[in-house]
Design a protein around this ligand. Structure first.
Ligand SMILES: [Ca+2]
Ligand SMILES: [Ca+2]
Length: 331
């Protein structure tokens, strides 16, 4: 009994770990300022890149943090920027999120968000007329291009020692899954999708479900010479499908009689959110992407892992894989 309980605890710990943010001190709870505010050149995890330093405020400043009891204002005595070097996986997809509030009574609160020096967003809102913080959560999908990525925030407001507030900075790695178009077995995420919570997935790649090469028909787009991501068995034929569309088919295919030309929405890739009981192709508003073949889907968690499968028979003549990223939160 005791061993069973321990395993359950370990499993819980592993699942929680999978969703952990890689940002150190993202909630700015260290150091404990023990006053309304204090200005520092460095704090745990963060260093000042420009300006006089980071102003860590506590709830006793007159408004409340969104997580814990401390938050940061970057226009300390003048606009400043802070950075943290994150250990990342090159090519890895991450979800960057931050809570932002205008400083109460202040109009100009611009804060820039940067991922490895590239501006991701400028956060801005007016605090005129409010007496407390008004936190909003912002979420971005970012990709690492190296094993170290600099995350930074810069106050872009006028220099008046008053500016926007940030708190609860998180960078969470997306879980990566690979669906081989030759495999009948669904792929399953490690992450359990919480019931009622929105998640996003992206699916990218091309494949073929046909036994021979595509000899493009008049309503077809040209096939591509090989899958974007080959199957382990190798790529020997051209391809005409991605996660969302069939874009190429042969002259003799029944789709030639269809009044609509390529690309056609395709429901062959299915997801299950209820542990494999029901399957369906999720909806996306994304248009056909001939270059990227990448689509984003929003899914509602149901207390189970995500499963993805290809609903095709036979599978033995298929080629190509889909790369799937599961992002921890909705937009
Ligand atoms: Ca905090
Ligand atoms: Ca300012």
């Amino acid at each position: 009994m005791r061993i069973a309980l321990l395993s359950a605890l370990l499993l819980t710990a592993t699942a929680a770990h999978a969703q952990e943010s890689i940002v150190v001190n993202g909630s700015f709870e260290e150091p404990q300022v023990g006053a309304a505010y204090n200005i520092y050149p460095t704090i745990t995890g963060w260093r000042t890149v420009s300006g006089p330093g980071v102003e860590v405020q506590s709830n006793s400043v007159g408004w409340s943090a969104v997580a814990g009891i401390q938050m940061v204002e970057l226009d300390s005595t003048a606009p400043s920027s802070i950075a943290q070097a994150l250990t990342t996986r090159s090519g890895g997809v991450y979800e960057l999120s931050v809570s932002f509030s205008p400083r109460p009574t202040v109009a100009d609160n611009r804060i820039g968000v940067y991922w490895n020096g590239q501006q991701v967003a400028v956060l801005d809102a007016s605090g005129v007329g409010s007496s407390n913080a008004n936190w909003q959560r912002f979420t971005y999908r970012v990709t690492a291009t190296g094993t170290t990525t600099e995350l930074s925030f810069a106050d872009l407001s006028g220099a008046d020692a008053l500016g926007g507030l940030i708190d609860d900075v998180k960078v969470i790695p997306a879980e990566e899954l690979w669906l081989d178009s030759q495999s009948a077995a669904p792929v399953s995420s490690k992450r359990v999708l919480e019931k009622g919570k929105t998640y996003r997935i992206t699916m990218q790649g091309t494949y073929t479900v046909w036994g021979g090469n595509i000899n493009a028909g008049t309503r077809s787009l040209p096939p591509e010479a090989a899958p974007m991501f080959p199957s382990p068995k190798g790529a020997t034929r051209n391809v005409g499908a991605d996660a969302e569309f069939i874009f190429a088919w042969s002259k003799d295919h029944v789709l030639e009689k269809n009044p609509a030309p390529a690309p056609l929405r395709n429901t062959i890739i299915q997801v299950s959110l209820d542990g494999g009981k029901t399957w369906k192709h999720p909806a996306t508003p994304d248009a056909f992407s001939a270059k990227e073949h990448k689509y984003t889907y929003e899914l509602m968690g149901d207390g189970k892992a995500l499963q993805v499968r290809i609903n095709d028979k036979p599978l033995s003549d298929n080629f190509g894989r889909l790369q799937i990223f599961l992002l921890p939160g909705g937009a």
